[in-house]
Design a binder for this molecule. Sequence first.
Ligand code: MG
Length: 383
Amino acid sequence: MTRKAIVLGSTGSIGRNALDVLSGLNGEWRVTGLAAGSRAKELAQQANTIRPDALAIVQQDFAAELRGALEYSPRVFAGPNALVELLRAGDFDCAVCGVVGAAGLAATLCAVELGKRIALASKEVLVVAGSLLMPLARRTGATIIPVDSEHSAIFQALQAGHRDEVRKVYLTASGGPFRTRDKDAMESATLEDAMQHPTWEMGPKITIDSATMMNKALEIVEARWLFDLRPEQIEVVIHPESIVHSLVEFCDGSMVAQLGTPDMRTPIQYALTYPQRRACPSPRLDLCEVGRLTFHAPDAERFPALRLGHEVARRGGTCGAVLNAANEAAVELFRERAIAFGDIVRLTEKALSEHAFQPAPTLEDLLNADRWARDEVARCTTC
Ligand code: MG
């Protein structure tokens, strides 16, 4: 039986890899919907090749360009609610969510309400609203399968035992471009320096998050919600080769890991085909060629973001929304060259310590905390 997928964020890095995987699973899967933010021409090109039934473009201004470039007549949704409209109208078994930042929140909530499978690459969604999404998924029967490589590895390793047998999970981190740089040199790092990720090819936001290690902080919070872990059960270990994607330690001391080449197509495909596995276009891992795998503890002083990750995982409530929004706003300012590299985490921490904490927020509270944090970061840079 053919299964159907909608790809949200199809013109981004995750989306393009998802389409590659889906075309390799030809015959088993059909793409029924594609959605992008503003890249109308690329979305039209993808659509003209794949011919999904419906499309969505979030930036209304680009809708005319999209319609003009189409060689057939799918339904087109446009505007800020377009992702949700596409999901509600569409026929699908799995939504691949690769929308950058918190923009994927409404769409993910919608897919969870519909009780579908979500291949979730947008970690921000769980960081902001994990406390609402996970209980909702349990009620509707929706399955959230992580696409984030570390969380996919943990999800796979967890199959080796029972949940109450898990002692710890270890999130591996490449260490990013500044793994060996001293504190002062990091402070004044340029945008070009921060964009040089040693092992993974990714979009600009996540590449900068890897340089600050805020990416790992967000992943600590993501793991806390996805796997219902206590914060002290989540540890970060630096692994520069990016071959061991993460590990689970069970109560008997056994550690189960997932290894592979750093290629997002593997976790994307597993999220689609789980519990089955299929041949995948990602390159094979040659252990003898890799030769050596190294691990060491992260430097908490040079990477203060990690402490924030554990703090947010412990406090919960509105903290995740503030961490994510303040960081997004600060990264944007850094990309505009308006703030220094060191300011990204400093401004995020300041927003976190000054916000009006709520322990059991509603969606509206989370959205308000998100807005407040963005305004606060903007205000701090102008005063
Ligand atoms: Mg990751």
